[in-house]
Structures are given as C-alpha cells and as structure tokens.
Design a protein around this ligand. Structure first.
Ligand SMILES: [Zn+2]
Ligand SMILES: [Zn+2]
Length: 306
C-alpha cells in the first residue's frame, strides 16, 4: 500500500506547503484510492501526481475546519471530467458534510455525473469495504473531529501444492477454492483448507488522525499501528499552548507512539509559521536524542510504501 501527502500545512497554506489531503492507495488489496481530507487546492496538487480522480471511490473527512474540506466542491466537480463518470463515490465524515457539499453544488448549479453516498458519523463508525475494516472514534478538537483506524485484509496462506497432490488434487481452478474457503470437497471427501496452506498474514494497520489534543480514544485508534499519521501543529516550544488550541504538541505525539506501540509515524499539519528549513532543523535536533521514536515530518508529495 502507499500513502501520499498532498498538503501538510496547518490552518493556512504556505508557499511550500498546501492544506490537508492524504491519498491511500489500496493496492495490492484493491484497485481503489481513498482520500482523507480535501483542503483547498487538493485537485491542483493531484494534477502533479499519477493518481486519477476516477479511481477515488471513498473520501473520509476528519472534521469540518476549512483547511480540511475547502477543496471538496472543486475536486468533486472535476471528478466528473477525470474518469469519474458513472463511478459511485462514498463520502464519510462528521454531521454537516452532506449539507456542505450539497449546498455548494446547488448554489453554484454544479451537476455531478456520478452518485454520492453519504455516511455522517455521530460518535463512532464501524465500516467494511473490500475486505478492509475501518473504525472511527471521536477526538478532542473543540468541534467533532475523528481519527480513522484502517485495517487491511488478511492475505490467505500460500497453497501447499505437495500436500494437495498427495490427495490426488493436481493444480487447477480447484486450488482457488482451497485458497478462499474454509473447507473444500474433493472425490466425495470434505477437507479442511488450512491443512493445505500456510498461515494467513495480517495486513497493515493505518491510523489517520484528525486535528486533536491528547485524548483517551487516541490509543484505541493507534494501537500497534503499522503506520500512524498524526498532526503536530506545534513541534517546539510550550506544550500548553498547543493544548489550549485543542491541538497536539510533538511531545504529545511521541507519548502516543510509545503508549500505542506504533511502528512508524508520519507527522503532518505543522503550523504554517514553520519553513521547510526550520522543520528540517527541528527534526534533526529531535532525532539526535536517543529516546526519540522513529518518525518523519512529511512534506507535500511525500509518499510511503508499506
Ligand atoms: Zn487543521
Ligand atoms: Zn481543525
């Protein structure tokens, strides 16, 4: 799977960094792309990448602040002309996301040539699609803000050809049945499939957070995640300042990484007051301390494969 950042700034865009948007490419599990937040200008950023809007079949919104949703009307209308015709889209987000999209489309007399299904989250979401399991939990940001935990499907174990040949089953279409079903029938006998294949492997777990100050639900969302994407609006200075604005400080994020035993963290939504040079400098100084967990301050167009 691959995660790409199209905007990494908090609140306002800078000359170097756009507002929030993340694309999650579900390959090899599925041919779809899921977007998380659509800050203003997201469609322009995507034009610099090979992603086609027609492949985006889900958009998850963390919360209703402008730096996370102001790119929606333009991106949704452009999708009609960029391979999206007739391809259904699901938009998942807090209460109000449907009214925001429908009102802007209606007042600008914009028509889409594909259907949208809306799922508005009240408090918690449990959603299954294409073998993926998605859970959303409420964070603490002053307005409803959600963190998404995305669990990729299990990959079934490798077929044990020698064992199957032993019972007389030669390679062929029947092998697919052994791969996908718990039992299979051959020559009038019922066999347990797992006796003829290796152990299934768990797919990666991705945790993508909306804006938040520390709260209890964070550890549930991030629990042993393969990759965590988290905001750190403040990457130096006084921690209480970050929390006063319902945002996270880098020390909060490091604490969460440790509590939830996260494997790797991609840190985004850094205040617009930091230049890329300053971010690099602060990153080097943090990484020089032995107690610092593995992390990267991401830049626009950074991509991670896992
Ligand atoms: Zn924000
Ligand atoms: Zn916010």
């Amino acid at each position: 799977m691959e995660i790409t950042f199209f905007g990494t700034s908090a609140g306002l865009p800078t000359k170097e960094r756009n507002t929030q948007a993340i694309a999650l490419n579900l390959e090899p599990y599925s041919n779809s792309i899921w977007l998380f937040d659509v800050g203003e200008g997201t469609q322009h950023q995507i034009l610099h990448h090979s992603i086609k809007l027609g492949k985006v079949d889900h958009i998850f919104i963390t919360h209703m602040h402008g730096d996370h949703i102001f790119g929606l009307p333009g991106l949704l209308t452009s999708r009609s002309f960029q391979g999206g015709e007739g391809k259904p889209l699901t938009v998942i987000g807090p209460k109000g996301i449907k009214a925001f999209i429908e009102t802007t489309l209606q007042l600008s007399e914009s028509k889409l040539n594909y259907p949208i299904t809306y799922i508005e989250i009240e408090d918690h979401l449990s959603y299954q699609n294409n073998g993926f399991n998605v859970e959303a939990h409420m964070l603490n940001h002053g307005i409803p803000s959600f963190g998404y935990r995305i669990e990729a499907p299990y990959t079934s174990g490798k077929i044990d050809v020698a064992a199957l040949k032993k019972i007389g089953l030669e390679p062929g279409p029947k092998y697919q049945e052994v791969k996908n079903n718990e039992t299979f029938e051959y020559n009038g006998e019922i066999y347990t499939s797992k006796d003829f294949k290796g152990d299934a492997t768990k797919g990666p777990v991705i945790a993508i957070f909306g804006d938040t100050m520390p709260c209890n639900n964070e550890a549930i969302i991030a629990d042993k995640a393969t990759v965590m994407v988290h905001e750190s609006t403040y990457i130096e200075g006084d921690k209480s300042l970050a929390n006063n604005y319902h945002h996270s400080h880098i020390e909060d994020v490091f604490d969460l990484i440790e509590t939830a035993q996260v494997e790797y963290s991609l840190i985004t939504h850094l205040s617009n007051r930091y230049t890329l040079d300053e971010i690099e400098e602060i990153s080097l100084s943090l990484k020089s301390k032995p107690s610092t967990p593995p992390f990267t301050f991401v830049k626009d167009f950074d991509s991670w494969t896992f």
